[in-house]
Ligand binder design. Structure first.
Ligand SMILES: CC(C)(COP(=O)(O)OP(=O)(O)OC[C@H]1O[C@@H](n2cnc3c(N)ncnc32)[C@H](O)[C@@H]1OP(=O)(O)O)[C@@H](O)C(=O)NCCC(=O)NCCS
Length: 168
């Protein structure tokens, strides 16, 4: 099981915040102990380990981990594919290293995967109040195309539907 070095090693935080040496690779089962901690810190209705495990087994899904130079997992993304569309189902970055470009690196990996699979579009739902995430997505070319009423629970909230067209 991989430890979260950030918890105990303040020098590693300094390295992380420079965002040096961050790599995006496919998620593996061994990442899940850290992934689920970040998930629980990031969402009020977090996915469980078994949700991640079942997605890891699906060829129609692709999960990425962001790994820093100390081999700590500092973020992840999950996308799945139906026909020529992809849905970004999950994206989170360790709260201690946000605003260092890690979310952008993960989003870039998702878009590149979409291009490889010749998708027509990527879409996602995001909480109406989640201005930070909406700003990240807009910056990367996603546009608002609709909303879903009462989509979220805990608290109940509408979702903003965003899409990125890969083929125009
Ligand atoms: C949303 C999230 C993944 C962004 O990750 P990140 O690594 O901080 O994102 P980046 O550093 O790549 O941000 C790139 C740009 O997006 C925008 N952005 C990202 N977070 C923002 C915030 N909290 N407020 C305003 N703008 C934000 C900014 O334009 C930022 O560029 P800047 O830092 O130069 O101003 C992260 O905040 C997170 O994990 N949040 C909790 C989980 C979540 O809400 N996930 C999305 C679910 S739909």
């Amino acid at each position: 099981m991989r430890k979260r070095k950030l918890d105990t090693d303040p020098t590693s935080v300094a390295i992380h915040t420079q965002n040096s040496g961050v790599q995006i690779r496919c998620m593996i089962k061994e990442d899940l102990s850290t992934v689920t901690v970040i998930e629980e810190e990031s969402f009020s209705t977090p996915w469980t380990r078994s949700t991640f495990l079942s997605l890891l087994k699906q060829p129609s899904a692709c999960l990425f981990s962001a790994v820093d130079s100390n081999e700590c997992i500092i973020g992840y993304a999950a996308v799945w594919f139906v026909g020529d569309e992809g849905e970004l189902g999950d994206l989170a970055v360790d709260k201690r290293v946000r605003r260092n470009g890690v979310g952008s690196l993960l989003l870039h990996a998702v878009v590149e995967e979409g291009r490889k699979r010749a998708l027509h579009r990527l879409f996602l739902e995001v909480r109406e109040s989640n201005d930070g995430a909406q700003s990240l997505y807009s910056r990367h070319g996603f546009e608002i195309v609709g909303s879903r009423r009462n989509y979220y629970t805990n608290p109940v909230e509408d979702a903003v539907l965003m899409q990125f067209l890969l083929i125009r």
